[in-house]
Design a binder for this molecule. Structure first.
Ligand SMILES: *Cc1c(COP(=O)(O)O)cnc(C)c1O
Length: 337
């Protein structure tokens, strides 16, 4: 069985489960859970931020950030492809009364700052008030260029915006770029990290930022039903993930590149290995048979996301041999046609 649908499918390892079983716990709503506190303190210290907050999901962490930066009737600017615009149920608008202003993403995943500037609303009572710029790194598996990141701080200061990063796969960006992790997050007022993707924890995300922002986010988290009690059981897995599973993301990137190179050699598929930077591979079925392909692979215990394009994601539960088996199964599918 191998699962290329997402890096969210990872299973907790034996070592991780052992730490979970042994975790010291308390009531985190009282701030009493020593393992949650350890995770938050470790993350904040490692990343060089004032504070961190353990959240149930990346969706929750993004929502808390948007609601902590913005008031009702404010606006955040984000990418048309942003997870916190497209894939979070419109939560910022529904629950925060914060209006998104999406901008087309450039091919490298960034938002052209001239377009962002043009979208910032003037101070006029007809308009929502633009408060926040939200970016994503990695986005579609791509790493935002360091030169672009360096240009952000003067821009948001000039326009008096706050700056948030959806860093669900931040460490994939860090490992790929080879930059210091603190450099990568330096421009941002807040950022998230998913512990439950390539890092391999079963659940949880972190929101990081200033003491003041995290205090506001903690209040909102409670309001949204996100106050958890003996959460140290799951926080222990997050701590293990951060301490042990960052550097190995390079293996996932190597497997993704290998997969892309192999897919590019299959005549019926369109895949550009040079577009693969981290652990996500996109490929197009030239004859639009992706659902049939996914069905045939599933019968052999190989799972993938059909679509146009199809998406394959590598992670700590698939290895080079699984990649080779996937490629062989795809070739066999086309031979049978
Ligand atoms: C997965 C993901 C999230 C949040 O996901 P959850 O499933 O809510 O933890 C946020 N942003 C990006 C870019 C993601 O890939």
């Amino acid at each position: 069985m191998s699962d290329f649908r997402s890096d969210t499918v990872t299973q907790p390892s034996e070592a991780m489960r052992k730490l979970m079983a042994q975790a010291e716990v308390g009531d985190d709503v009282y701030g009493d859970d020593p393992t949650v506190n350890r995770l938050q303190d470790y993350a904040a210290e490692r990343m060089g931020t004032e504070a961190a907050l353990y959240c149930s999901s990346g969706t929750q962490a993004n929502l808390l950030a948007i609601m902590a930066h913005c008031q009702r009737g404010d606006e955040y600017i984000c990418g048309q492809q942003a997870h916190n615009y497209k894939y979070e149920g419109g939560g910022a608008a529904v629950l925060g009364s914060v209006q998104p202003q999406p901008i087309e993403n450039s091919s490298d995943g960034s938002l052209d700052l001239a377009k962002v500037a043009a979208a910032i609303k003037a101070d006029d009572f007809h308009f929502a008030q633009t408060r926040l710029l939200s970016l994503e790194n990695t986005i579609g598996g791509k790493v935002l260029p360091q030169a672009y990141l360096a240009s952000l701080r003067p821009f948001v200061e000039q326009h008096k915006l706050s700056l948030h990063l959806d860093g669900a796969r931040l460490f994939n960006a860090v490992v790929k770029s080879g930059e210091d992790e603190r450099q990568v997050i330096a421009p941002f007022d807040s950022f998230t990290i998913c512990l439950s993707k390539g890092l391999g924890a079963p659940v949880g995300s972190l929101l990081l930022g200033s003491e003041e922002l995290i205090a506001r986010a903690t209040r909102i988290r409670k309001m949204l039903g996100g106050g958890m009690r003996q959460a140290g059981i799951i926080a222990a897995a997050g701590l293990y993930a951060l301490e042990n599973n960052v550097a190995r993301l390079a293996d996932d990137h190597a497997n993704a590149l290998l997969l892309a190179e192999q897919l590019a050699s299959i005549e019926e598929l369109d895949c550009d290995p040079s577009a693969v930077q981290t652990n996500i591979v996109y490929a197009q079925c030239r004859k639009g048979q992706s659902a049939a392909l996914a069905g045939a692979l599933a019968e052999q215990g190989i799972l993938m996301s059909a679509g146009s394009p199809m998406r394959f994601v590598t992670h700590l539960n698939v290895n080079e041999q699984d990649v080779q088996q996937l490629v062989a199964a795809i070739k066999q599918f086309y031979r049978g046609r």
